[in-house]
Design a protein around this ligand. Structure first.
Ligand code: ADP
Ligand code: MG
Ligand code: ZN
Length: 503
């Protein structure tokens, strides 16, 4: 198969995503008051409604409607004042009612969009002059339209026992756990506006950051509370008609989403270039083999006998309700990122990384409170480069280590050493540094004396430096550090040595 870069020169990849998100932060299910939980014993959180007993009547969960409206507002959707629930019929043991309650042509949220900022290596996947303007550093913004976000309910979890890989085909028994059945689920469908695997990955990431910030879900791809199907087709550059798409299932990480789409783009290109036909089919991504395989071929449209649910009255959302949802939306990642850049002058990529995760940004803001606004830039560096390696650091510890770094009292390597030592005890890094004599001298008179001594002694290296071998500076810094017995700051030595040598 050809490589992605080569394929995308001749072909345009057209990608649309369908993203399911369980509203895991709610207390109860969508149409009954059974508890929402991931880890209770099987079939303990069930009732006549979610088991589909005859005569049981559903009552919609208002908190779930609140969550989906917040999701819609945060993704620039038009909130529909009037919509209703439909029944989508199918027979399978994971839904005892034999229909899933979902929405029809009008969803609570319609016609939104998210703007993606694509930069770095990933931006190169999109060839130049293909619909977006690229900046001088190769980065670009891609507006991605969202068709709709609708409300539905999850099905029960099935476990297939006795076969390899837990697949139903080889199983001797199948077990059903109805705890998950009736879990509030929102499905977001994009327009086919994505053009590269990287854009798809970024869209999913941005959606996850947005929903996490809204607090409507734990958004775990690994545990399946956020799931994504990738639809992909190819067309010759310049062609405006859509090609036949395939749909990729079983994507449980951002990397899988990227790699599955990359593989599928290359596979389809090969089929088409050999004069073959792409069949409309559902394919399964096999991460271990890095390939997609056919799951089922779609020959006819599915007939779900969709009709309005007679047990659920149509919804009329009031302006008050929508205003109430709007008021509950916290500062979203993009706004937060821009505020960090404007207030603290933090590097854009660091600011985006911190602002994208509500836990991380709360930690960052608490640490800045401790260390002071002037140190915010160093706090950001600590958040991005050090904190992810540790499980239990308090805002005080993060603020303290950032202050030490900002004062050049310790090196980055020492910061790691200190955090290793204090992460569990909760001890203050500054106190630890003092107790262990690690604080590096910034007393310039003492350091200057050492620099003079080293320059006087290392005559050969000084000569080499003047002959153009600037690398010996590192050796000289080392000599100074040795003379200072580890209490001198390498950055300070570096600066003083350079100044003296260039004088
Ligand atoms: P289906 O009925 O097969 O589920 P939909 O029309 O509901 O298809 O679209 C599902 C997703 O596939 C949407 O995200 C949509 O943008 C995307 N999509 C539709 N047609 C194409 C196509 N030809 N190529 C790529 N993506 C497509
Ligand atoms: Mg669909
Ligand atoms: Zn129930």
């Amino acid at each position: 198969m050809k490589k992605l870069a080569e394929v995308l020169k001749d072909w345009e990849a057209v990608i649309g995503l369908e993203v399911h998100t369980e509203l895991t932060t709610l207390e109860t299910k969508m149409f009954c008051d059974c508890k929402l939980s991931h880890d209770d014993p099987p079939n303990t959180n069930v009732c006549p409604v979610c088991l589909g007993m005859p005569g049981a009547l559903p009552v919609p969960n208002e908190k779930a409607i609140e969550s989906i409206v917040m999701a819609g507002l945060a993704t620039n959707c038009e909130i529909q004042r009037h919509s209703m629930f439909y029944r989508k019929h199918y027979f399978y043991p994971d839904m005892a009612k034999n229909f899933q309650t979902t929405q029809g042509p009008v969803a609570f949220c319609m016609h939104g969009h998210l703007d993606l900022e694509v930069s770095g290596e990933g931006a190169k996947e999109r060839p130049d002059n293909t619909g977006v303007e690229k900046n001088s550093d190769g980065s670009y913004t891609a507006p991605i339209r969202i068709l709709r976000i609708h409300m539905e309910e999850d099905a029960a979890k099935m476990v297939h026992v006795g076969g390899e890989e837990g697949r139903i085909t080889a199983a001797t028994e199948s077990l059903v756990d109805y705890n998950r059945c009736g879990t509030p689920l929102i499905e977001l469908v994009t327009e086919p506006d994505l053009r590269t695997p990287e854009e798809a990955r970024l869209f999913m990431e941005k959606l996850r950051e947005t929903f996490l910030t809204l607090g409507i879900s734990d958004c775990s791809l690994e545990n399946g509370s956020m799931r994504c199907d990738g639809n992909i087709s190819l067309r010759r550059r310049g062609e405006t008609r859509l090609g036949t798409k395939t749909e990729m299932k079983n994507i449980n990480s951002f990397k899988s989403l990227h790699d599955a789409l990359e593989y599928e783009i290359c596979r389809q290109a090969e089929v088409l270039e050999e004069g073959g036909i792409v069949y409309q089919e559902t394919r399964h991504w096999e991460p271990s083999h890095k390939r997609t395989v056919v799951m089922r071929v779609k020959e006819t449209a599915d007939d779900y006998r969709l009709f309005p649910d007679p047990d659920l009255a149509p919804f009329d959302l009031t302006d008050e309700f929508i205003d109430h949802c709007q008021a509950r939306i916290p500062e979203l990642p993009d706004a937060k990122r821009d505020r960090y850049i404007a207030t603290y002058g933090i590097k854009r990529s660091d600011a985006a990384l911190i602002a994208g995760d509500p836990t991380r940004s709360a930690e960052f803001e608490a640490a800045v409170q401790v260390a002071g606004d002037k140190v915010a830039e160093t706090v950001a560096k600590v958040m991005v480069n050090l904190v992810p390696s540790y499980e239990t650091l308090s805002a005080n510890q993060i603020g303290s280590i950032a202050s030490l770094l900002a004062e050049d009292a310790i090196t980055f390597a020492q910061a790691r050493e200190v955090l290793d030592a204090v992460q569990e005890s909760g001890e203050d890094p500054a106190a630890y540094v003092d107790a262990h004599g690690m604080r590096q001298s910034t007393d310039t008179d003492a350091l200057a004396a050492i620099v003079d001594e080293v320059l006087g002694r290392c005559v050969d290296q000084v000569q080499q430096y003047h002959d153009g071998n600037k690398k010996v500076l590192g050796y000289l810094v080392g000599q100074c550090m040795k003379a200072a017995k580890g209490t001198g700051n390498p950055k300070a030595f570096n600066k003083m040595l350079s100044e003296k040598l260039e004088a």
